[in-house]
Ligand binder design. Structure first.
Ligand code: GLU
Length: 424
């Protein structure tokens, strides 16, 4: 049980199953398999924070570093009641595969704090963030482990992490350490296009899929689960293609409008009200009706384990574009495959965030500022490269796209381990 009172099936178990399926298929080196089946470092920190009314609360924070064979550990921090070591372990491992698939020089990590951030004031969130950063100490660093936003964290939180980290460094190294965190506000060293990057990557992969399938996106219908950073940007960026959002969900419930929901207006409304209730022409539906929505594309952009043995059968779409990390569990996966639904797997589909984080990291190191066109052009090139590799691997190994994505990542890591060997 977690603090939210929900029994969670171990997400890390899903990762292990996915990993084993791919490794078996390619006769993966058994020794390297042992290495990649294990996270390298796992840190839990319990730290006190003074609340606005003067009382103290103790928080548990985590950082798991799965692997750094391809580059420094990289991955987001989430603030959510369901955060625990099992979830963070899974998310860290997915980050390793993600960077390996799109060929960026990062390893995998993830972290977070088990808390409901909506319960706290802005100044409390600031103190929680700063105290967590202090507790992490030298376990993060610009060439070692680089956090970024994830569920319920944003550019402002990254700015507080940056400021806290720099304040604890010697004055001589401060300016050379701005790349300790990515997803910062642009004025504080962030990259143009980082805010929308994950949603943009999701849309670029959908565009590729549509080209492959000769499916016209003009007039195509889609629905989005979770209207946070990834879901809202994906919806807004689908609009210029002439695609129509027909249903949407978030913590406030599920809603539909078969005539189409204007994503920008919904975004403004949702940011202001934290609910879709009262938005013109939306009809409230239940979870089952939502997942049964007949559409071309489903974009899960919320949490893990949404498409499972219980829910996968409901889906009535051509493709699932996984904006979230781990939205489909292995049972759900099998059902989607049987139903002939295409999947653009999370480790490819949502890699746009970490790709533009890489651009931000590079810009900081070189004291450069790239314009938005340059960021978008490079993002498209890199994520389409990953897409092509996954599609080709699926063909070569006659397997599903998630397993193919793992094969791409594992093959790259296997090569690196064979070249470098195991110390000593
Ligand atoms: N949290 C994002 C992800 O899951 C971005 C990570 C990053 O930019 O390091 O991919």
């Amino acid at each position: 049980m977690n603090k939210a009172g929900k029994k969670k099936t171990g997400v890390y178990e899903n990762v292990v199953k996915q990993f084993n399926k791919a490794a078996d298929l390619i006769d993966f080196d058994p020794e390297i398999r042992k290495v990649l089946a294990t996270t390298q470092n796992e840190l839990t920190v319990n730290f006190p924070v003074k609340m606005d009314d003067g009382h103290i609360e103790i928080f548990s924070g985590y950082r798991v570093q799965h692997n750094n064979a391809l580059g420094p550990y990289k991955g987001g921090l989430r603030y959510h009641p369901a955060v625990d070591i099992d979830e963070v372990r899974a998310l860290a491992t997915w980050m390793t595969w993600k960077s390996a698939i799109v060929h960026i020089p990062f390893g995998g990590a993830k972290g977070g704090i088990q808390c409901d951030p909506f319960k706290y004031s802005r100044s409390e969130i600031q103190r929680i963030t700063r105290r967590f950063t202090y507790a992490l100490g030298c376990n993060i660093g610009p060439e070692y482990d680089i956090p970024a936003p994830d569920v319920n964290t944003n550019a402002q939180i990254m700015a507080w992490i940056l400021d806290t980290y720099l304040s604890t460094q010697s004055p001589l190294t401060r300016q050379a350490s701005v790349h300790v965190v990515t997803g910062k506000p642009v004025e504080s060293g962030g990259s143009l296009g980082r805010d929308k990057a994950t949603g943009q990557g999701v849309v670029f992969t959908i565009e590729q899929w549509a080209k492959d399938r000769k499916h016209d996106l003009k007039g195509a219908t889609h629905f989005v689960q979770g209207y946070g950073n990834v879901g809202s940007w994906a919806a807004m960026l689908m609009k210029p293609y002439g695609a129509k959002m027909v249903a949407v969900s978030d913590l406030c419930g599920c809603f539909q409008n078969p005539e189409g929901i204007e994503p920008h207006e919904l975004n403004d409304y949702f940011k202001k009200n934290r609910t879709f209730d009262g938005f013109p022409k939306l009809r409230k539906i239940d979870d089952k009706q939502f997942l049964s929505t007949k559409a071309d594309i489903f974009i899960p952009a919320a949490l893990e384990n949404q498409i499972t043995a219980e829910t996968a059968d409901l889906l009535n779409v051509k493709v699932v574009a996984e904006g979230a990390n781990g939205p489909t569990d292995p049972d759900g996966d099998e059902i989607l495959q049987k139903k002939g639904i295409d999947i653009i797997p999370d480790v490819l589909c949502n890699a746009g965030g970490v790709i533009v984080s890489y651009f931000e990291w590079l810009q900081n190191k070189r004291s450069e500022c790239w314009d938005l066109d340059e960021v978008d052009r490079k993002l498209r090139k890199i994520i389409v490269g990953g897409y092509d590799r996954v599609r080709d691997a699926a063909k070569t190994h006659k397997t599903d796209w998630r397993t193919a994505a793992y094969i791409v990542a594992l093959t790259r890591l296997e090569r690196v381990y064979k070249e470098r060997g195991i110390f000593p």
